[in-house]
Design a protein around this ligand. Structure first.
Ligand SMILES: NC(=O)c1ccc[n+]([C@@H]2O[C@H](COP(=O)([O-])OP(=O)(O)OC[C@H]3O[C@@H](n4cnc5c(N)ncnc54)[C@H](OP(=O)(O)O)[C@@H]3O)[C@@H](O)[C@H]2O)c1
Length: 248
């Protein structure tokens, strides 16, 4: 049996994160789960224990509350007895129409998808630099690669997050800390339920497994499913004069 790794999962009830955690549970890793919904969290924690995780502890927390972060992270690392991987998965799509009408609604989307991860990552990065090891794996999105009218508030938060991760990697990779940016295309989860064409979206189990494998390989960045790398390269290169007239 491989040595169990010490893994912190923030937003552990995310459908994508749960599928990644199943890979780690099967491997016998130690898991510390953070999520805001106690009922969902209890179900996920019990399932991961059954699947073989060597240690599972969970805590309920709203990750929008930045004041909680330092103590929450310190407690998690104490409970795990160290930290090998921190996996940040929490996020909200938000209501684009509402965000267009009300800047406070827009700010809430930016807060959960950008400010909250930045707060967590700033603490975690400094911890990992001190120990000269660790992986910070963070779910951003292809939505951050180009702003579209259907979800540009969410997309701009993810764009900011991807840029933050790129700069953080540039700072701390040389200290022995891996920063992995994960950019999923559309995935069949509660976040996309009811969207047009959602039945064709990627399977969260396949996405979760691809993420686990990218973390094992210490990748800097992945698009998942992989074809989104090519799709987004094409989309990024459409001239703005044409892109502004599209309905996406
Ligand atoms: N699904 C896609 O097509 C897609 C594509 C690209 C990127 N992503 C990203 O993938 C990540 C996971 O999303 P998913 O698709 O797995 O959807 P999901 O199942 O809806 O997961 C999102 C998770 O974030 C949690 N969350 C939101 N705000 C939180 C807060 N303030 N504190 C704690 N937890 C909070 C939610 O908790 P509750 O259950 O309590 O609401 C939920 O567990 C997100 O970062 C998302 O932006 C998703």
């Amino acid at each position: 049996m491989p040595t169990p790794r010490k893994i912190l999962i923030l937003g552990a009830t995310s459908a994508i994160a749960e599928q990644t955690a199943r890979v780690w549970a099967k491997r016998g890793d130690s898991l510390y789960l953070v999520a805001r919904n106690p009922q969902k969290l209890a179900v996920v924690a019990a399932d991961l224990k059954t699947r073989g995780a060597s240690f599972v502890e969970s805590i309920v927390a709203d990750l929008d509350d930045l004041d909680l972060h330092p103590q929450l992270l310190a407690d998690a690392i104490t409970a795990l007895g160290g930290l090998d991987i921190a996996y940040l998965a929490h996020g909200v799509l938000g209501d684009q129409a509402e965000a267009e009408a009300d800047a406070i609604a827009a700010e809430q989307i930016l807060h959960t998808n950008f400010t909250s991860p930045v707060s967590l990552l700033t603490w975690l990065a400094n911890f990992c630099v001190k120990q000269h090891s660790g992986t910070l794996a963070v779910i951003s999105s292809v939505a951050g690669d180009r702003g579209r009218k259907s979800n540009y508030v969410y997309g701009s938060a993810k764009a900011g997050l991807s840029a933050f991760l790129s700069g953080l990697r540039n700072r701390i990779d040389r200290e022995g800390v891996t920063v992995t940016t994960i950019k999923p295309g559309p995935v069949k989860t509660s976040m996309t339920a009811g969207m047009k064409g959602s039945e064709k979206f990627a399977d969260p189990a396949k996405v979760g497994k691809a993420i686990a494998s990218a973390i094992d390989s210490k990748r800097d960045q992945i698009y998942v499913p992989f074809q989104w790398r090519v799709i987004m390269a094409v989309i990024r290169h459409i001239p703005e004069s044409i892109f502004k007239k599209t309905n996406t």
